[in-house]
Design a protein around this ligand. Structure first.
Ligand code: FE2
Ligand code: FE2
Length: 274
């Protein structure tokens, strides 16, 4: 786990995050499991025992593992078996997918959840074709890229539809958020990811997915930038900033075809988590 925090944090972000009426905390089993995953001494049994204590988490993880997205030929019936087959890193992205779903659904609604899940699949898909090191990390980058929006909606739900209206007529989302909240979902996402003590790259990409070239991790942030744009529900024909596309070695021949492919790949995960 990383103690690296964002530099020059907007004080408004910290104030809001610390004074939220309902804190978007993870179920306790998630914190325990993530701690165990960070410890090189942890063995499969310890982790499986911890996760298995939460029946709902266990059921949903097994449902996901048995979905067509993973494509195992036979049914996996225990967390122990799932871990042996998938490894710790994949289990981590499964735990997070299951854990953030109720939070996003209840505060931000189905549209943000579907977009986040497709963005996760999209990041993993792009990362795979780039030979990017950690595909499960790429999944989590996509899954949590807009998590700051959920915090904004917990803090003040009424203002967010006004931002959607401004964005629909061409306003920059970050400018609109600053005007209404005094901070952006990217700043808030970074602060929340830091608060949850997730790996640094997840916080950096949450912070910079709208301006990846300003990031110290430009390739990772650009992967999220592309996956984010391509999985916008209402935007069938995304336009990319060429400077960003040129910064990493990824060729998009047809945005429509890529979008179709990612939406198709997402279906088994969406169904398993529905
Ligand atoms: Fe965003
Ligand atoms: Fe997004």
């Amino acid at each position: 786990m990383s103690d690296n925090k964002a530099k020059n944090v907007n004080p408004r972000v910290i104030e809001v995050l610390e004074n939220l009426p309902e804190l978007p905390s993870m179920p306790s089993v998630v914190g325990q499991a993530l701690d165990l995953l960070e410890n090189p001494e942890t063995d499969v049994k310890q982790l499986a025992d911890t996760i298995s204590r939460d029946i709902s988490m266990t059921t949903q993880i097994l449902k996901l593992v048995n979905s067509a997205y993973y494509g195992f030929p036979s049914q996996i019936t225990s967390i122990n078996k799932a871990m042996a087959l998938l490894g710790f890193d994949k289990i981590k992205s499964l735990i997070l997918s299951v854990a953030v779903k109720p939070m996003m659904l209840s505060y931000s609604g189905k549209a943000l959840w579907n977009h986040s899940l497709r963005c996760a699949v999209g990041c993993q898909h792009i990362a795979r074709s780039l030979d990017y090191g950690d595909l499960d990390e790429a999944f989590i980058m996509g899954l949590l890229h807009d998590i700051g929006k959920t915090v904004m909606q917990i803090y003040n739900k009424k203002a967010y539809p006004e931002i959607d209206k401004l964005v629909a007529i061409g306003a920059d989302i970050l400018d609109a958020e600053r005007a209404f909240y005094g901070f952006t979902h990217t700043e808030m996402g970074r602060a929340l990811v830091d608060k949850w003590k997730l790996p640094l790259i997840i916080g950096i990409t949450a912070e910079h997915h709208h301006n990846p070239l300003k990031s110290e991790e430009a390739v990772s942030a650009s992967i999220v930038y592309v996956a984010d744009k391509i999985t916008q529900e209402e935007l069938k024909f995304p336009i990319f900033d060429n400077e960003i596309i040129n910064c990493f070695d990824y060729e998009i021949q047809s945005p429509e075809a890529l979008r179709e492919e990612i939406f198709e790949l997402s279906k088994p995960i969406e169904a398993a988590l529905s």
